[in-house]
Design a protein around this ligand. Structure first.
Ligand code: HEC
Ligand code: HEC
Length: 131
């Protein structure tokens, strides 16, 4: 089961990076979203839904962690603002995969799960000092 969830997330973030890199096409209809600043503003509804579902799985949260239900365009939750920065972070890591990851790492395998592993709260591990 877990295996499947990861894969869903993987596909979603692959889509996300693809959409970030793509210039908005004039001919495209788009999903009519109001406040997309990082993702392609003309993204299709199904694709956006896939990415958002990926976030809930990769972080182990509900939509309401980042959104007021049915007011998705608002930026009133800090977690949504943080998530926007995190998307930029993932795009940066993917673009600089050769600098930060072992040779032949597939950039599409870098995503929210790389650090979050199914949980929003990250426990930062700091080794104890020896005396
Ligand atoms: C970890 C945080 C996070 C979670 C969880 C999350 N979202 Fe989002 N959502 C965002 C961010 C960030 C944006 C804005 C992206 C941008 O600026 O390009 C967004 C944008 C949206 C938008 C576009 C609104 C508009 O008109 O601009 C919709 C719709 C949406 N989310 C629905 C959902 C749904 C439904 C869920 C649950 C399945 C969900 N989101 C879960 C972070 C999240
Ligand atoms: C390189 C590691 C890394 C990656 C990749 C990453 N995060 Fe994070 N994230 C962190 C760390 C560390 C924190 C805690 C730091 C903080 O709260 O300021 C955090 C905190 C957050 C928070 C705030 C959670 C809270 O409870 O305060 C959200 C929301 C979030 N990340 C969303 C995302 C999303 C969505 C993605 C994928 C697009 C992502 N992150 C990718 C490391 C990462």
């Amino acid at each position: 089961m877990k295996q499947i969830l990861w894969r869903v997330g993987l596909v979603s973030m692959t889509a996300a990076l693809f959409l970030v890199a793509q210039p908005p096409a004039a001919a495209k209809e788009g999903g009519g979203f109001k406040n997309l600043q990082v993702l392609d503003p003309d993204i299709e509804k199904d694709q956006l839904k896939g990415i958002m579902k990926g976030f809930t799985k990769m972080l182990g949260v509900k939509c309401s962690f980042c959104h007021v239900p049915d007011e998705y365009e608002l930026d009133d939750k800090d977690n949504k603002k943080k998530a926007r920065e995190m998307i930029r972070l993932v795009v940066y890591l993917r673009q600089n995969v050769d600098t930060y990851f072992p040779p032949d790492t597939d950039p599409n395998k870098i995503g929210c799960w790389t650090c979050h592993r199914g949980s929003a709260e990250i426990e930062v591990f700091v080794p104890e000092e020896e005396d």
